[in-house]
Design a protein around this ligand. Structure first.
Ligand SMILES: N[C@@H](CCC(=O)N[C@@H](CS)C(=O)NCC(=O)O)C(=O)O
Length: 210
């Protein structure tokens, strides 16, 4: 049985969503952020030395990093669902999205969040951060032009891995500038499996506002 070490209001929400889309059985081990620091509790370091979430454990395997977890679930449990067939150009494009989300797209968004806390002291960094946010978000927005989901008309795991990027972009007020991202986020947030995962994972600040 897959165990999701789930931190409230975090990236591990998308692992619950993936498992719901696939209709797989799983168990949630819940951890709460510290109310003041928002950091994960120390118990998570007993599961994985980084002390971050998501982490998944199953029969002696411990997997950290959302992209690696999604890849693991696809290879071991999806029976070809939610990803293009191996050996096709679409599979390579799908792999790129799985790595790109945390490897590149999240960096300017995280920098934007942290540097904002510096107030005026962070001002010299803003042009570069804004420039990189625009670079990445316009790339994603163009990729979604004329498509319901990143790989075409059907949801794949790429959308699930990239969902956090879209949701954080929304939290930073970017939906007016990137209408394809805005429509995509609203579309995936309406999926029954997404809603069911929210019900299991608990309050999620980046979730739908209705
Ligand atoms: N790139 C990692 C990021 C993991 C990560 O930073 N998770 C955050 C939650 S969104 C966390 O555990 N934060 C708590 C902490 O740093 O103490 C992934 O995608 O799994």
């Amino acid at each position: 049985m897959i165990v999701v070490h789930h931190l409230n209001d975090s990236r591990s929400q998308r692992i619950l969503w993936l498992l719901e889309e696939l209709g797989l059985p799983y168990e949630i081990k819940a951890y709460q952020r510290d109310a003041a620091t928002r950091l994960a509790p120390p118990e998570l370091t007993a599961v994985h030395p980084l002390g971050k979430s998501p982490v998944v454990t199953e029969e002696g395997a411990t997997i950290a990093e959302s992209g690696a977890i999604i890849d693991y679930v696809l290879r071991h449990h999806a029976a070809g669902r939610l990803a293009p067939p191996v050996g096709t150009p679409d599979h390579e494009a799908h792999q790129q999205w799985l790595h790109y989300a945390e490897g590149s797209a999240m960096l300017p968004l995280m920098l934007n969040m942290y540097v904002a806390r510096l107030g005026e002291a962070g001002a010299p960094l803003h042009p570069r951060i804004q420039g990189e946010m625009a670079n990445h978000l316009s790339y994603v927005d163009r990729a979604l032009e004329g498509r319901d989901y990143l790989m075409g008309k059907d949801l794949t795991a790429a959308d699930i891995q990239m969902s956090f990027v879209g949701e954080v972009a929304g939290a930073f007020g970017q939906f007016a500038t990137y209408p394809n991202i805005a429509a995509w986020v609203r579309r995936f947030q309406d999926r029954p499996a997404y809603r069911k995962a929210l019900g299991k994972g608990g309050p999620y600040n980046l979730g739908p506002k209705d």
